[in-house]
Design a protein around this ligand. Structure first.
Ligand code: F6P
Length: 543
C-alpha cells in the first residue's frame, strides 16, 4: 500500500463523501442495488449490497487491486513460483484440489503425480477402514478414529467433519488438539483400545502439543494391547516422514504431503484423511471439486465480478479507510459453528503481520481481529454490541437455503432471523421512529424522553450475506476456498507474506526454557520478576 498513495488518497476522499450517506437511502434511491451489488457462483450468492459502497467505491477498490498487481501475484501462486519468500517455498494448496492432468512444477518436478498417488492411497485406506476390512490388532474393526493434531492439522478437518455430519457413514471421528491433559484424559476415557485408530497429524512432526498427546495415546494403547499393537492402531500424516518412523508407524500407514502446503491450507491434502474416513473418498472429491471451482472463478472472473476479490476489497475498505479493526463471521448454520475458529487461523496467522515482504515496517493496518459464533445463539450474546456498541464491526452472514432435516418450522425461523439481523444492522431505528413506536404503545411523554436514546439504533452498519443451497461437501469446499483467496488478495494489497508465521515461534522457545524451571532442574533467576513469581507459584503447588 505504501506504493499506492494516490489510490489511498482517492479512497480516503471518497470516504468523506459517504460519511453522511445512509445505506437505507442508497437502497431507496436505487431499486437495482441488490442486483448491482451481488454476485453468483453455482448455487452460491454473495450479497454485498448492505455495505457503505457505491459503484464509485467499487471502481476505486478495483483500481487499487489492479495497481497492487494482485492478478499477477495470483498467477504466480498458481504457477508454483516461490511466493513464500521467508521460507523459500511455493504455495500450492490449489494444486491439491486440481484434477488437471499436469500441474505446476516445483524443483523440476510436476506436483500432480505425487498428489494423485497420495489421493489414491487415501481412497484405498479410507475405503478399507470404512468397510471394516482393515482391523485393529485384536481383529476388531475401528469404531472410533482420533485425529491428534493442532492448528492447521486440527482446525480444518475438525470443522469440516462437523460441517458435513449429514454425510457421515464411517467411523466416529474425534479431535484431540490441546496439550492440556484434560483433553486427552476425557477423550480416552470414552474409547475402547481395540476399536480405536489414531491419526497423528503434523506437518512438521515436531509440534509439542501433538507429540505429547500422541505419546500419551500411544502408552494408553500399548498398555492395553501391548507394544506390538501400536503399528496397527497408528497412522501418520506428515511432510516429515523420517521423524514418523521413530514413532513405530509402519510405512504403509504413513501419508505424506509437501512443504509447499501451508499448515492452515492443508486440509485438502492427506490432513483431510479424517474427512475421507467420515464421509468417504468420493464425497471428499466433491469437497475438492467445490474448492477447484472457486479457484477457476478466482483465476478467471474480472475483479468486479470476482467474489474473493470483492470480499477482500470490502475488507480493505473498512480496515484501512474506515479503521474498523474487527470482522465478525456469523454462520446461521450450526454445523459451521467452528468455521470462525478455522477462519481465525486462516486470516490471523496469514495476515497478522507488521512488516512488508522486504522486511520494512508497515505504516498501514493489516489483518483484522476475526471472530464469530453461530446465529441465532450469537443474537442472544454479542449482537447488542454489533447494533449499539461504539465500534463498527462488519459482519459476514452465512446461511443455507435448504436444511438437511426437513424441519421448516426451524429453518424458516432461522432464515428470518438471519435476514432480520442484517436488515436491522443496516436500517437501524431513528429517534423519530423510536419516539413514534413508544407513543403508539401509549407510554407517558416523560418516560418516552428517558427511553428514546437507549432505543435508538444508529444503523448503517455493514454486512455481507453469503447464501448457498445446502451445506454439502462441494459447497463447503467452495466456502473455504473463497475465504482463502480473500485472505490472499488482502495480503498482496498489504504487501505482506501471508504464508509464514514467525510470530508463533518465540512463545514456543520460551516454553522450552521455562519447562525445566517448573521442574526445578534449571533456575528461573534470569526471568523477569513476573515470570519468576508465576513459576514460583506453580512450583509451590506442584513440587
Ligand atoms: O505454531 C503454528 C503452527 O506452525 C501452525 O502454522 C500449524 O498449523 C500448527 O502449528 C501445527 O503444525 P504441525 O502441523 O507442524 O504440527
Amino acid at each position: 500500500m505504501r506504493n499506492l498513495p494516490e489510490h489511498i488518497k482517492h479512497l480516503v476522499a471518497h470516504r468523506t463523501e459517504l460519511e453522511t450517506l445512509a445505506m437505507r437511502d442508497l437502497f431507496a434511491s436505487d431499486p437495482d442495488r441488490f442486483d448491482s451489488f451481488s454476485l453468483r457462483l453455482d448455487t452460491l450468492l454473495f450479497d454485498f449490497s448492505k455495505n457503505r459502497v457505491t459503484s464509485k467505491t467499487i471502481d476505486l477498490l478495483a483500481g487499487l487491486a489492479q495497481a497492487a498487481a494482485v492478478e499477477a501475484r495470483r498467477d504466480e501462486m498458481f504457477s508454483g513460483a516461490i511466493i513464500n519468500e521467508t521460507e523459500r517455498r511455493a504455495v500450492l494448496h490449489t494444486a491439491l484440489r486440481s484434477f488437471a492432468e499436469a500441474g505446476p512444477v516445483v524443483d523440476g518436478r510436476d506436483v500432480m503425480p505425487d498428489i494423485d498417488a497420495e489421493r489414491h492411497r487415501m481412497d484405498t485406506f479410507s475405503g478399507r477402514i470404512r468397510a471394516g476390512d482393515l482391523k485393529g490388532a485384536t481383529g476388531k474393526p475401528f469404531r472410533d478414529v482420533v485425529n491428534i493434531g493442532v492448528g492447521g492439522s486440527d482446525l480444518g478437518p475438525a470443522f469440516a467433519t462437523a460441517a458435513l455430519s449429514p454425510y457421515h457413514d464411517g467411523p466416529r471421528l474425534h479431535f484431540l488438539s490441546n496439550m492440556d491433559g484434560s483433553h486427552v484424559h476425557d477423550m480416552l476415557d470414552g474409547l475402547d483400545p481395540p476399536e480405536t485408530l489414531f491419526l497423528v497429524a503434523s506437518k512438521s512432526f515436531t509440534t509439542d502439543e501433538t507429540m505429547t498427546n500422541a505419546a500419551t495415546a500411544r502408552s494408553w494403547l500399548a498398555d492395553a494391547l501391548g507394544e506390538d499393537a501400536v503399528g496397527s492402531h497408528f497412522v501418520a500424516l506428515s511432510t516429515n516422514l523420517e521423524a514418523v518412523s521413530g514413532f513405530g508407524i509402519p510405512e504403509d500407514r504413513r501419508f505424506g504431503f509437501w512443504d509447499w502446503v501451508g499448515g492452515r491450507y492443508s486440509l485438502w491434502s492427506v490432513i483431510g484423511l479424517p474427512i475421507c474416513l467420515a464421509i468417504g473418498y468420493h464425497r471428499f472429491q466433491d469437497f475438492l471439486a467445490g474448492a477447484a471451482s472457486v479457484d477457476k472463478h478466482f483465476q478467471s472472473a474480472p475483479i468486479r465480478e470476482n467474489i474473493p476479490f470483492m470480499m477482500a476489497l470490502i475488507g480493505i475498505w473498512y480496515r484501512n479507510i474506515w479503521s474498523f479493526a474487527s470482522h465478525a463471521v456469523i454462520p446461521y448454520d450450526q454445523r459451521l459453528a467452528r468455521f470462525p475458529a478455522y477462519l481465525q487461523q486462516l486470516d490471523m496467522e496469514s495476515n497478522g503481520k507488521r512488516v512488508d515482504r522486504t522486511g520494512s515496517l508497515l505504516s498501514h493496518a493489516t489483518g483484522p481481529v476475526v471472530w464469530g459464533e453461530p446465529g441465532t445463539n450469537s443474537q442472544h450474546a454479542v449482537f447488542q454490541l454489533l447494533h449499539q456498541g461504539t465500534d463498527i464491526i462488519p459482519v459476514d452472514f452465512l446461511l443455507a437455503l435448504r436444511d438437511h432435516e426437513s424441519l421448516p418450522e426451524h429453518h424458516d425461523k432461522l432464515a428470518a432471523n438471519c435476514f432480520a439481523q442484517a436488515e436491522a444492522l443496516m436500517v437501524g431505528r431513528s429517534e423519530a421512529e423510536v419516539r413514534r413506536d413508544l407513543q403508539e404503545s401509549g407510554m407517558a411523554d416523560e418516560d418516552i424522553a428517558h427511553l428514546v436514546p437507549h432505543k435508538v439504533m444508529p444503523g448503517n452498519r455493514p454486512s455481507n450475506m453469503i447464501i448457498y443451497e445446502r451445506l454439502d461437501p462441494r459447497t463447503l469446499g467452495m466456502l473455504i476456498a473463497l475465504y482463502e483467496h480473500k485472505v490472499f488478495v488482502q495480503g498482496v494489497i498489504w504487501g505482506i507474506n501471508s504464508f509464514d508465521q514467525w510470530g508463533v515461534e518465540l512463545g514456543k522457545k520460551l516454553a522450552k526454557e521455562i519447562l525445566p524451571m517448573l521442574r526445578g532442574t534449571t533456575s528461573p533467576e534470569s526471568r523477569d520478576a513476573s515470570t519468576r513469581g508465576l513459576i514460583q507459584a506453580f512450583m509451590e503447588k506442584n513440587r
